[in-house]
Every structure is written in C-alpha cells, then in structure tokens.
Design a protein around this ligand. Structure first.
Ligand code: URA
Length: 241
C-alpha cells in the first residue's frame, strides 16, 4: 500500500500537468538530471507535494503552485494600472477574474495601451519591478511627423531627463512618425518624456512586448494566462540578464 500523503503526486505527473512537456519528455529531463527537487537531483517515480516542494528545471524555479495565476492583459486606453483606484475609475484588475486577488506588475499610463502582466505571485512582481531587473519592454510609438535621423540617434544613445540619462535604446522608424523602441528601464512616463525631449510628443503609445511575452492576437481588453513555457523563459531571462 502506498504510504504517501494524499497531497503527494508523481513528479512526472506534476511536471506534465503544468505543461512543462509530455510525460515521456519529462522523464527524459529527469534522467538527464535537469530536474531538482528541494535541492536534490530528482528521480523517476519520486513523489512531490506541488504546494510545498521547490522544483527547478535547469536551475530555474518551476512555478507549480496552483494558487498562483499569471495573466497577460492587453490594457485598453483609459484604464488605470493599479489594483484599485480611490476615484473609482476602471482598473486592469476590473478586467480580470476577481478571484484570486491579483496585482499589476509595474505600470502603464492611463493613456498607454498594450501588454501588462498581472499576477498574485508577489515574489515575481518584486523581482520584476526591482530596478536591477531591467526586462526588455518594446513599444510602438506614434508621433505627428517623421523624426529626423538626429532625433532617432538621441533616443538610441540616451536622453537627459530630469531623473537622469536614459540607457541606450533600440530604435527604428517603421514609417514616418511610427517608431518601435526597446528599453530596459521602467521610469515614470519614460517613453513619453524621451520623445517630448526630441520635440515629438507622443500621440499614441502601445506596449507590444515584455521580455519574451508577445501576443499579437490579444485584442484591447482581452487577456489570457501565461503558459508554463512562457513563465519559464521569462524566469530564465531574469537570471541571464
Ligand atoms: N513609457 C511611458 O511613457 N508610458 C508608459 O505607460 C510606459 C512607458
């Protein structure tokens, strides 16, 4: 008779159920010693408690806790990216399931659209919003007129804002007045202030990527959960930054 506690499940089953890979593939990962459970190399048939045990894949924590949720939301214009608004305006949290209680990771201005991550995983939020973790963020920026080469160069090399020089950015003008910019920092209204400084106030700002998270199919106001692989790659990116 198995003597396992009811909360314990086969490791292969847990890893497959969170979408890491098929059971067969997961077995290969275990045999290749790529899975660590509570600091020890895992073995086939091992039983784990998905609520309590720490599981690593290639050294990266696997978030197997079923009580954690990770939503990727395409924030519409006019919605506030805080968990609640004292003035009663619509917030990103209003667009998502009400339980469990979730919080946005970082901010998008009320007048900015696009991707925002919302979760109840405080540890991930803390790490992602910490200034030392500059995950790449990509924006599509619409300004009124074509930006001259000199302006683009300034954006690339760094712009002196009142809170200091911006880090180098990757910038390309896709068509006259439409620019894609990739930055690592997350200062308040940073993109708007950068464009303001080169004499091109932003007319429309859309975040199209956060690290490896992209979804061109998500329409304004729509959301979906992150896949395990997205979460895993996201974590890897944090570690290798
Ligand atoms: N930069 C801005 O200016 N606004 C945002 O919402 C995000 C980045």
């Amino acid at each position: 008779m198995p003597t396992d506690k009811p909360t314990e499940e086969k490791l292969q089953k847990v890893l497959a159920s969170i979408g890491l890979a098929s059971r067969r593939m997961v077995e290969n990962y275990i045999l290749d010693e790529r899975i660590i459970v509570n600091g020890e190399i895992a073995h086939i048939g091992q039983r784990v408690n998905r609520h309590e045990d720490e599981l690593l894949f290639d050294g990266v924590p696997l978030r197997v806790r079923p009580d954690f949720v990770y939503y990727l939301l395409h924030k519409p214009l006019g919605v506030i990216s805080t968990a609640n608004d004292p003035q009663g305006r619509q917030t990103v949290v209003d667009l998502l399931p009400q339980k469990p209680r979730v919080y946005p990771v970082g901010r998008l201005d009320k007048d900015t659209e696009g991707l925002i991550l919302v979760t109840n995983d405080g540890d991930l939020t803390y790490r992602l919003t910490h200034p030392s973790h500059g995950v790449e963020k990509e924006y599509l920026v619409k300004v009124q007129t074509k930006i001259a080469r000199g302006g683009l160069r300034k954006l690339r090399e760094g712009i002196e804002l009142d809170d200091g020089l911006t880090s180098p950015a990757r910038v390309s003008q896709l068509q006259d007045g439409v620019v894609r910019i990739v930055i690592h920092e997350g200062r308040n209204r940073q993109v708007r202030r950068m464009f303001e400084m080169i004499g091109h106030p932003v007319e429309r700002l859309i975040r199209t990527r956060i690290g490896n998270l992209v979804d061109h199919a998500l329409q304004s106001g729509q959301w979906r959960e992150l896949t395990t692989m997205e979460l895993l790659h996201f974590e890897v990116e944090q570690i290798t930054e």
